[in-house]
Unconditional design. Structure first.
Length: 258
C-alpha cells in the first residue's frame, strides 16, 4: 500500500509543472513574436540578396518610399547608377532627402535628382559631380545640406551654389579644388557648417571662410593652413567649432565633446 504524498513532494510536483509550462510559453513567444528590435525578420527593402538583381531591389526601395510617402530615400547596401535615379522624375515630389552611398552617380543622375521640388538634403558618395552638376543643383532653391565628398568640381562650380538661399551645410572634396575655393565658399552667405576635404586652403583662405556671417562649424582636412593661421583663427573666432584632419586642434580654446 503506497503512502500518501507529503507536503514537500506535492510542492516539487507543482514546481516541475510550473517550470514546464513557463518553458513552453517562452518557446511559443519566440516562435510567434518579432525580434528584439520590434520588427520581423524580413530583410528591409534596401538590403539586397546576392541572387536578386539590382533592379528588383531598387524597385522595392521605390515602392516602399511611394507607399509610405517617405521623405527620405536612402541606398547604402547596393550600387545604383544614373539610369536608376531617372525613376525619381515620376511621382516622388514629396522626397526631401536623397542619400546614395553605393554606386556612381554623375551629372546625368544629378539632373534627375534636381527635379525633386522639395529636395533639402543630398548626399552622394563615390560620385564625380562636375561643375555641370553643381550648376543644376544651384537651381534647387530648397536645398539646405549638400554632401559631395568625391566630386570633380572646380571653384567656379562651387561659386554657383551662392544662388541657394538656405544652404546651411556644405561638405566637399575634389582634386580640382584650388586655393580659390575659399572665395567661392565665402560667397555662400547662408552657410553655417563647412567641411572641405583635401582642398589647399591657406591662411588667407581661412580668413575668407571664417568671415561667413553665420558660420558655426569649420572642418578642414589636409589643408595648407599654417600654425600661425590656426592661431589667428582661435584668437579671432574662439566660438567657432573647428576640426583639423578630423580632430580638434590642440590650441582650440573651446573644443566640443564628441
Amino acid at each position: 500500500m503506497s503512502r500518501p504524498a507529503t507536503h514537500s513532494s506535492r510542492y516539487l510536483l507543482y514546481l516541475f509543472i510550473g517550470v514546464g509550462l513557463g518553458a513552453a510559453i517562452g518557446m511559443l513567444r519566440i516562435w510567434s513574436s518579432p525580434n528584439e528590435s520590434g520588427t520581423d525578420n524580413t530583410p528591409s527593402a534596401d538590403v539586397r540578396t546576392e541572387s536578386e538583381p539590382v533592379e528588383v531591389t531598387w524597385q522595392a526601395v521605390l515602392n516602399r518610399v511611394a507607399d509610405e510617402s517617405a521623405e527620405t530615400l536612402q541606398v547604402s547596401n547596393f550600387a545604383i547608377d544614373d539610369t536608376s535615379v531617372q525613376s525619381l522624375r515620376d511621382g516622388f515630389g514629396f522626397v526631401e532627402t536623397v542619400i546614395i552611398d553605393e554606386g556612381v552617380i554623375t551629372d546625368d543622375g544629378v539632373d534627375a535628382i534636381a527635379d525633386l521640388p522639395a529636395l533639402r538634403h543630398l548626399r552622394l558618395r563615390k560620385s564625380p559631380i562636375s561643375d555641370v552638376g553643381f550648376k543644376r543643383l544651384a537651381e534647387c532653391s530648397s536645398l539646405m545640406i549638400l554632401n559631395l565628398p568625391d566630386a570633380v568640381c572646380t571653384p567656379e562650380g562651387v561659386a554657383t551654389l551662392a544662388a541657394l538661399p538656405d544652404l546651411r551645410q556644405l561638405r566637399l572634396g575634389s582634386d580640382a579644388l584650388t586655393r580659390e575655393t575659399a572665395a567661392a565658399v565665402a560667397s555662400i552667405g547662408s552657410l553655417r557648417s563647412v567641411h572641405l576635404i583635401g582642398v589647399p586652403i591657406d591662411d588667407e583662405g581661412l580668413k575668407q571662410i571664417a568671415a561667413l556671417p553665420k558660420l558655426q562649424s569649420l572642418y578642414l582636412d589636409d589643408s595648407d593652413v599654417t600654425p600661425d593661421g590656426w592661431e589667428w583663427l582661435f584668437q579671432n573666432h574662439a566660438d567657432l567649432h573647428v576640426h583639423v584632419d578630423q580632430h580638434h586642434h590642440d590650441r582650440d580654446p573651446s573644443p566640443h565633446p564628441h
